[in-house]
Design a protein around this ligand. Structure first.
Ligand code: AMP
Length: 395
């Protein structure tokens, strides 16, 4: 499916291999990793390279240090966790392209791995500065990109460096693109897309791209109120993007013309204020009282959406059905997660909030694929080319 070279297409024995991972893990106040999923996700690629006798030089960004050395964003906790997971000490350089990184890279033994500091300690990283990319490249003889979560960014360590080295992808990127690419190109039908979340503007590209491909498009979350408005409905004090109402009307027409079944909420769980403990009033479709705001899909909508999901061949889901951070308004999101988990469909969960919801609810192992990149998977579903993948060598 993916027409880019992978780590299996290139000889890495005794070679210094620069591997761009996404080690941007969440830390607590004490600087401890609270979820090491991203580190564990990168292990198949790292272990494969080690087993082939490569000298592995790992790099990543962490947080937003704004182009300056700031030890709050040091990869030290990552080096520690990697050492535990790999069973040998993964040394951390004091810098990114400086003397420490150069020395560590040069002295790395075959079958061992080292880590250089946060690539975003240099402002040139996010600017994709060629001189900086060249310096990074000089640490190694081969480049591997496995940071799917940042592959939608054209940065020096995700794209620029590929100008100076043979460049291939790792297993994580390969898996992401293969699973999502197949779903888009040759889906098992019916193909159902579920889109939710806060803003139409964030998801518009995906909606437009999916209209030509899916059989059913389900829209929940705050986005639905902009569509309700476009149909002349009453939305009370719900979150509506006034400047996107025309666009929503356009999408309704496009979906109709394409013969796509567009499912919008038929009822809404509302409240007087944006509050976790607010009292719930269920309003009918397009008829939210003036003093109420929609915060979740209503019970009839839950049934409607879940019925469509039950019979799906392929499901792609991105964005919660309501303010799922408030347990009272997480009912719709939970029901959808359960329906997707229990269906026989090939299920693909876009990263971000929907991935978090699925994991919190314990359905992760029931899904075919949970993307490791929220923004990157959205852009992929929009049909955009991801610079971090485009930069790699063709097969
Ligand atoms: P996104 O990042 O676009 O996927 O949006 C996720 C956010 O949308 C979550 O923080 C939800 O709380 C929010 N959201 C979903 N439904 C609603 C709603 N009905 N009103 C306000 N915010 C919502």
């Amino acid at each position: 499916m993916l027409n880019k070279k992978t780590i299996e297409d290139i000889d890495v024995q005794n070679k210094r291999v620069l591997v761009r991972c996404d080690f941007n893990v969440p830390l607590n106040e004490a600087g401890e990793i609270t979820d090491d999923k991203r580190i564990r996700e990168s292990l198949p690629t790292i272990k494969y390279l080690l087993s082939k006798g490569a000298k592995v030089i790992l790099c990543s960004h962490m947080g937003r240090p704004k182009g300056e050395f700031n030890m709050k964003y040091s990869l030290a906790p990552v080096a520690k966790r990697l050492s535990e997971l790999l069973g040998f000490e993964v040394k951390l350089a004091k810098d990114v392209i400086g003397p420490s990184a150069k020395e560590l890279a040069a002295s790395c033994e075959s079958g061992k791995a080292v880590l250089i500091e946060n690539v975003r300690f240099h402002k040139e990283e996010e600017k994709n500065d060629p001189a900086f990319a060249k310096e990074l490249a000089s640490l190694a003889e081969v480049y591997v990109n496995d940071a799917f979560g940042t592959s939608h960014r054209a940065h020096a360590s995700t794209a620029g460096v590929a100008d100076y080295l043979p460049a291939v992808c790792g297993y994580l990127i390969q898996k992401e693109i293969d699973v999502m690419g197949k779903a888009l190109a040759d889906p098992k039908r019916p193909f159902v897309a579920i889109l939710g979340g806060a803003k139409v503007s964030d998801k518009i590209g995906v909606i437009v791209n999916l209209i030509g491909k899916v059989d059913t498009l389900i829209i929940g979350g705050a986005m639905a109120y902009t569509f309700a408005k476009a149909q002349g409905g009453k939305t009370g004090i719900s979150r509506v993007e006034e400047d996107k109402v025309d666009l929503a009307r356009d999408i309704l027409a496009k979906a109709k013309a394409a013969g796509v079944k567009l499912l919008l909420p038929v009822d809404t769980a509302c409240a007087k204020e944006f509050d976790a403990n607010a009292e719930i009033t269920v309003c009918e479709e397009n008829n939210i009282a003036d003093d109420l705001m929609g915060l979740d899909i209503g019970p009839k909508t839950v049934d409607l959406f879940c019925e469509a999901i039950k019979n799906a061949g392929t499901v792609v889901w991105n964005g919660p059905m309501g303010v799922f951070e408030f347990p009272r308004f997480a009912v719709g999101t939970k029901a959808v997660a359960k329906a997707v988990a229990e269906s026989d469909a090939i299920s693909i969960i876009g990263g971000g909030d929907s991935a978090a919801a699925v994991e919190q609810l314990g359905y992760a192992d029931k899904m075919t694929h949970i993307s490791t990149g929220g923004g990157a998977s959205l852009e992929f579903l929009e049909g955009k080319e991801l610079p971090g993948i485009m930069a790699l060598n063709d097969k």
